[in-house]
Design a protein around this ligand. Structure first.
Ligand SMILES: *Cc1c(COP(=O)(O)O)cnc(C)c1O
Length: 489
């Protein structure tokens, strides 16, 4: 399968690229992104065939249907990483929580957040093709918390890949910071940047655009790549768990094969929801995809009014920080798929220049036939965490936003799959606050009080972080990033 550009082709770049090209150099004409030219059919026959397949078998079949230019042996090696999840036989448990509500737990990997679902196998794929081509890649990442640990974990000690990961000092939780600064592989560099996440991300963008930086990389024979969520190498792995979760509901006798469900997705950059959209397009019986946001509710407004408006908007810090995003990159792939490249280019350029766009009534109708959306503020989120805990289920603040969408967005009484994107251990101060009222606890104290309250153990991968040696000590001003990275290389 080939990949084409969401904003059309500029005549300079190839009109179509393969999967490996799209993931190695994700930058395309007019600032667009690569999208699949067509989609395989994974409708009822496919689903029936995989009713009793393991996660890995299903995943292999989905990837084969995409017909990507990656050797089968590499794919097997990448998928074998799901064996390292808590339960190798079922890396993504789906748990019944309310009558119609099932939670698909995407956080059972090494860094306890859903980024592992895609980044774990993606690391193997990228490193393997870099080795085959004898190329060396530098992955630059700016993280507000979950992508950083997952990217470091997957690329640690991998051949032909180095990672420089920047985080805002004081802008992540203790657990997230410790997951990064205790990584000690020689191909990894973690840099604390003085400033907030936007400063960090802007510094990264400047660096990516810097002629002198790129020249110095070329002299060292290093190419730049990215592991952010617009990379299709991540998206492809995010279609699989939607299909798996649906099949789990069939296996649990919650639905019959063919029955429609709602997918309920806590959304930021829209990678997770896009995976659900592709799954639906390939034939998964989905009634609608519910898009859950926090107070940074650009997606709610887009889906309810057709307006994407960034004017006079700034990011509002919330208790679900992985969704504190205003420019949701993967929406562009939806626009492209529904409205084509000319319209997508027009809308995205308008957003870049004028900071807003408005869909037509007909376009809005098309969007609303697929998506519904609502947002959940921090107080509501806390109440959902507490109430749901009292019913016997412990969840993180990102997952909680989906419970609001479950209450407000469903038009039919269909079974609903809520995606849980982080374990309670990653956002413990907020959860402790919701459960016991304690405020501003350090992670370690919050972890202990939740463990006590819930009668569970703190997982060792988390508790041992607090005793590990801190190996990544760089904390710098943002204008010193370039020098810091070059000296690491
Ligand atoms: C990244 C992340 C999200 C948002 O996912 P997108 O694919 O960017 O929409 C939600 N919750 C958590 C915990 C995350 O780490």
């Amino acid at each position: 399968m080939n990949f084409i550009e969401t904003r059309g082709n500029d005549g300079q770049r190839p009109e179509k690229v393969t999967f490996s090209q799209a993931i190695l150099s994700p930058i395309s004409s007019f600032g667009g992104i690569y999208s699949p030219e067509s989609m395989p059919d994974l409708g009822e026959n496919f689903l029936a065939k995989h009713l009793s397949s393991s996660y890995k078998t299903l995943a292999k079949s989905v990837l084969e249907a995409f017909d990507i230019d990656i050797d089968s042996a590499i794919i097997d090696k990448a998928l074998a990483l799901y064996d390292e999840f808590d339960d190798p036989a079922n890396p993504v448990p789906v748990v019944k929580v309310l009558d119609d509500l099932y939670v698909s737990e995407l956080y059972h990997g090494p860094t306890r957040a859903f980024k592992d679902m895609a980044l774990q196998p993606f690391g193997i794929v990228l490193s393997s093709i870099a080795q085959q081509r004898n190329d060396n890649y530098l992955i630059l990442a700016a993280t507000s918390g979950d992508t950083g640990p997952a990217a470091l974990e997957t690329f640690k000690n991998k051949a032909n890949v180095q990672v420089a990961c920047m985080y805002p000092v004081g802008g992540t939780s203790d657990v997230q910071r410790l997951q990064m600064v205790t990584e000690d592989a020689t191909n990894l560099k973690v840099i604390g940047v003085k400033g907030d996440f936007d400063d960090t991300q802007n510094a990264l963008k400047l660096l990516l655009a810097s002629g002198s930086f790129n020249k110095k990389l070329r002299e060292k024979n290093i190419s730049l790549s990215a592991a952010n969520s617009v990379n299709f190498g991540r998206i492809i792995f995010q279609t699989i768990y939607h299909i798996h979760s649906y099949l789990e509901l069939v296996r649990q006798n919650a639905i019959n094969l063919g029955e429609k469900v709602y997918l309920d997705v806590p959304s930021g950059n829209f990678g997770n929801a896009l995976g659900g959209y592709y799954a639906m397009k390939m034939g998964l019986p989905v009634e609608k995809i519910l898009i859950a946001s926090n107070n940074n509710n650009v997606l709610t407004k887009l889906i309810n009014t057709g307006a994407y408006d960034l004017r006079a908007q700034s990011v509002i810090p919330t208790t679900s920080p992985a969704m504190d995003i205003l420019k949701s990159s993967n929406i562009e792939r939806i626009l492209f798929d529904l409205f084509g490249e000319i319209r997508t280019k027009e809308l995205m350029q308008q957003l870049d220049i004028e900071k807003h766009y408005q869909l037509s009534d007909a376009e809005l109708k098309t969007i609303q036939a697929i998506f519904s959306a609502d947002y959940c503020n921090d107080e509501e989120g806390k109440a959902y965490i507490k109430n749901t805990f009292e019913k016997g289920y412990l969840m993180d603040p990102h997952t909680a936003t989906c419970f609001k969408a479950y209450d407000t967005c469903r038009e039919k009484q269909l079974k609903t799959i809520v995606y849980s994107t982080a374990e309670w251990t990653k956002f413990s101060p907020v959860i402790a606050n919701a459960l016991t009222g304690e405020v501003d606890a350090h992670d370690i104290d919050a972890l202990k009080s939740i463990a006590k309250e819930a009668g569970i153990e703190i997982p060792t991968v988390i508790s041992e972080l607090f005793d590990k040696e801190i190996t990544q000590k760089s904390v710098i001003e943002k204008d010193a990033i370039e020098e810091e990275i070059l000296s690491f290389l």
